[in-house]
Design a protein around this ligand. Structure first.
Ligand SMILES: Nc1ncnc2c1ncn2[C@@H]1O[C@H](COP(=O)(O)OP(=O)(O)OP(=O)(O)O)[C@@H](O)[C@H]1O
Length: 343
């Protein structure tokens, strides 16, 4: 196994705007990278170029030292030793679980003994050893997805590619499967690239998140890092919850902003000569209290463990906050903000 490297990769389908443009990225061996971004931003195209279903128009893709593709030549998918898991897991209904899992080995003519051992290992990894003789029709949706994962493991791929594998599942099953994917990654040690448009899924699963927009890579970082220090409005708006305030900050103000600087920026009318900065405020940093900035509670959503509030400041800007108690809508209140981040 080795590091997966994308070096300045572009893909132009000739539609007037490249689907992927100048994307550079490294996925460390054994890493779990989530490719995150809105619909149409180019995530699937990146995955298909890694798999070998599309050739890059420019740039190069390497697995360690080995060149997989550039604009001149591209190794076919079957010579890349990668496995891809799709939304529809496409199991053969007439085969047992073990036969489904062993199918890629049968096609490759692997000997019977190795075949049996690998199927056993793969089913152990996804915790389905007791289901080897069942048919897919006798399994739950989550178990079928696990069979598909086991099937991609038997070939001992260098990289496992997953294209929105949970998109068609209900919320409950998704949570169960997120656990399965984490477990699968831990037990298999595989390098994984996972396409999703769901930021909470990316945060829950990945060791690193790459955020894309309009074919470009905006930021790549571990989940905690990208949550605490997003780069720019798009990433700030996409990752986690929060509100983006516009305020005047002195030149050279730090990225991490404390209550005093925020209050000054929000309290004073903005000097015309000072550029406005976008500042991300997370709901957990907004506290309803008897002091601070005047605000009104405009909306409230009950989430079980707490209420999620939308607040309006006097200048019309919006904040998000949490509350343990049911709030009165349109009630005047005051808020303090314990931390914010300049985007
Ligand atoms: N074969 C193709 N021919 C022409 N254009 C394509 C082709 N495949 C993708 N595109 C275009 O490239 C852009 C990126 O598509 P892609 O499927 O990679 O996005 P995505 O981020 O995976 O979206 P989604 O989350 O909706 O699947 C889109 O504008 C799409 O229309």
């Amino acid at each position: 196994m080795a590091k997966l490297i994308l070096n300045n990769v572009s893909k132009d389908f000739g539609t007037g705007r490249p689907a992927v443009s100048g994307l550079s990225l490294e996925v460390r061996e054994g890493g779990f990278l989530a490719l995150l971004g809105p619909s149409g931003c180019g995530k699937t195209t990146v995955l298909r170029m890694i798999a070998g279903f599309e050739a890059p128009s420019d740039g190069a893709i390497y697995l360690g030292e080995r060149l997989l593709a550039d604009s001149e030549k591209s190794l076919p998918p079957e010579r890349r030793n990668m496995a891809m898991v799709f939304q529809s897991y496409a199991l053969w209904p007439h085969m047992t679980v073990a036969e489904n899992v062993g199918y890629p080995l049968k096609v490759r003519g692997v000997s019977k003994d190795i075949h049996r051992a690998r199927i056993g290992e793969a089913l152990d990894t996804v915790r389905l050893a007791d289901y080897a003789d069942r048919r897919p029709a006798d399994l739950s949706g989550g178990q079928r997805q696990r069979v598909a994962l086991a099937r991609c493991l038997v070939t001992q791929p260098d990289v496992v590619l997953l294209d929105e594998p949970l998109a068609n599942l209900d919320r409950h099953l998704r949570q169960e499967m997120e656990e399965t994917f984490r477990d699968f990654h831990r037990r298999s040690g595989a390098t994984m690239v996972y396409v999703t448009h769901d930021q909470s899924e990316a945060m829950a699963l990945a060791t690193d998140i790459a955020v894309m927009s309009h074919g470009k890579l905006l930021q790549v970082a571990p989940p905690e890092e990208i949550y605490a220090r997003p780069e720019g409005r798009l990433v700030g708006g996409l990752i986690g919850r929060g509100a983006i305030l516009s305020l005047a900050l002195p030149d050279g103000a730090p990225r991490k902003i404390d209550w005093q600087a925020l209050r000054e920026g929000l309290d004073k009318p903005s000097p015309a000569d000072r550029p406005m900065a976008d500042v991300l405020v997370r709901p957990e940093d907004v506290h309803l209290s008897g002091e601070g900035l005047a605000a009104r509670i405009r909306a409230s959503l009950y989430e079980g463990e707490r209420y999620s509030l939308t607040l309006e400041l006097d200048d019309g800007q919006t904040l998000r906050a949490f509350s343990r108690h049911r709030p009165q809508i349109d009630e005047p209140t005051r808020v303090t903000i314990t931390g914010a981040w300049r985007l």
